[in-house]
Design a protein around this ligand. Structure first.
Ligand code: NDP
Length: 475
């Protein structure tokens, strides 16, 4: 195979301040406490900036700002709110390159993904929900659907700006105001978004951004002034939040973990399926809640498929996330790397066979090579637990019924993929798979018009599409 010359994207386009405050009521304010934390580039361990750590008093201030802005924002005609959302979408497009570089620096994902997937989807979400703002009466939720009030939103680190867009765009379109907490390890694009709100002249208090860690998130979701909680993250924390909100008047949506099956039948186009498997689990280093982390392949084609898959994995390039040729970037944090290592070691200890292509790992930063496990039993931890890293567990099946049985044998139910040339089989499978999203001959496809969400321990509520409005309306 030939070598690629390095093609790094310039980072000069981003201007990272040494230190950030909180964005409350349209202004940058200092937190009441002294505590701050550093956000690092996971590919180099270089400190990028210091970020404020919001305590309960700061969260209270942000919720009050959002509550004060609510009567004005919610009373504004939908067509006027839409103008702000369209303006935000246009500014995101104009600043897309800068935001993509910033996301890659703070998160570790390849620039090709932040530039070609995350950022276009972020803008598309704002455009899409801008279009709904003046049509809520026709959305199927009654003639005059009302917003809920203040939305407290907590998001994870795997798609920082995209998760912000999934949360903020529908909330604002419906007339709610927002307090959002980004993840501790990836706050920078949310802070850049605060600047975009100012650039768009969004009225003060409509969007507030509070940075911090789990405690800040807990203070936000438990604040009595919050009317709606939207959370994306681990099932463990989702469970905690559901417990603490039970019996309150707050409306809750949870988008949690997954352990998706990517199912390949013998009649599938195998080369295409290999690309779909790679995209399913190695996209974003496998830090994807709907990642196709369990490959179920029909026994008759398992050997051929695995050979082709291994050949393809040998061509993936791991390294500098800012390089436009990079396929696999850095793992987002030392903690996540430790978790991936621990589960991979458990896979070996339980008897599965581990394989990775030859690939050199940079000296600094957090890295994990693309890995696959064969000989995996359904009882193995690597077949049951979310690894949230570039690790694929391979299982086989003989009949469609067995494929359904194995695919559904998980506490999760977020997504699944089916590869077959037969439409009838596809529909047969889709109607039996207990997953919120079933992809057909593709994987990890997202679109703002399409609802996304889970069953079972993957959470409840839908984001995206017309369904995504429901979470932010009193219906
Ligand atoms: P968490 O669920 O801990 O974090 C998600 C968000 O919730 C973060 O903003 C976090 O803050 C915040 N948070 C943490 N504790 C609380 C709390 N008690 N109340 C309110 N908010 C809280 O996920 P992690 O980042 O720790 O990742 C752990 C695992 O979760 C991963 O390995 C993966 O398996 C899964 N995960 C699933 C995701 C999905 O999309 N479904 C996304 C991310 C993770 P902070 O980051 O500051 O701690």
């Amino acid at each position: 195979m030939f070598e690629y010359a390095p093609a790094p994207e310039s980072r000069d386009i981003v201007d990272i301040r040494p230190s950030y405050g909180l964005f409350i009521n349209g202004e940058w304010v200092e937190p009441q406490g002294e505590e701050r934390h550093k956000t690092v580039n996971p590919a180099t361990e270089e400190v990028l900036a210091e970020v404020a750590w919001a305590g309960e008093a700061d969260v209270d201030r942000a919720v009050q700002a959002a509550a004060k802005a609510f009567p004005v924002w919610s009373a504004m005609p939908g067509a006027e709110r839409a103008k702000y959302l369209f303006r935000i979408a246009r500014i995101i497009q104009e600043r897309a390159r800068e935001l993509a570089v910033l996301e890659t620096l703070d998160n570790g994902k390849p620039i090709r993904e932040s530039r070609d997937v995350d950022l276009p989807l972020v803008a598309a979400h704002f455009f899409y929900y801008a279009g709904w703002a003046d049509k809520l009466s026709y959305a199927g939720f009654g003639p005059d659907p009302r917003p809920l009030g203040v939305a407290g939103q907590v998001i994870p680190w795997n798609f920082p700006l995209l998760m912000l867009a999934w949360k903020i765009a529908p909330a604002l379109a419906c007339g709610n105001t927002v307090v959002l907490k980004p993840a501790e390890t990836t706050p920078l694009t949310a802070l850049a978004f605060a600047e975009i709100c100012r650039q768009a002249d969004l009225p003060p208090g409509v969007v507030n951004i509070v940075t911090g860690a789990g405690g800040t998130g807990a203070a936000l979701v438990n604040h009595p002034g919050v009317d709606k909680v939207a959370f994306t993250g681990s099932t463990e924390v989702g469970r905690l939040i559901a417990r603490s909100l039970a019996g309150t008047r707050k409306k809750l949506t949870l988008e949690l973990g997954g352990k998706a099956a990517n199912i390949v039948f013998e009649d599938a186009p195998l080369d295409q399926a290999v690309e779909g498997i790679v995209n399913g689990i190695f996209f974003n280093q496998g830090h994807v809640c709907c990642a196709g982390s369990r490959l179920l392949v029909q026994e008759s084609v398992a050997a051929d498929l695995l050979e082709a898959l291994k050949r393809r994995l040998g061509t993936l390039r791991l390294g500098d996330p800012l390089d436009k040729n990079t396929d696999i970037g850095a793992i987002n944090s030392a903690e996540q790397l430790a978790k991936i290592r621990e589960l991979s070691e458990a896979g070996e200890a339980e008897g599965a066979e581990r394989w990775s292509p030859a690939c050199s790992i940079p000296d600094r930063g957090y890295w994990f090579p693309p890995t696959l496990f064969t000989g995996v039993a359904q009882s193995h931890r690597i077949a049951r637990e979310e690894i949230f890293g570039p690790v694929l567990s391979v299982l086989t099946f003989r009949t469609p019924a067995e494929a359904v049985e194995k695919a559904n044998n998980t506490p999760y139910g977020l997504s699944a993929g089916v590869w077959t040339e037969k439409g009838s089989r596809m529909l047969w499978m889709a109607s039996r798979l207990r997953a919120g999203v079933v992809w057909s001959n593709t994987f990890n496809r997202f679109d703002p018009t399409s609802p996304f969400g889970g069953y079972k321990e993957s959470g409840y509520g839908r984001e995206g599409g017309r369904h995504g409005l429901e979470a932010y309306l009193a219906v």
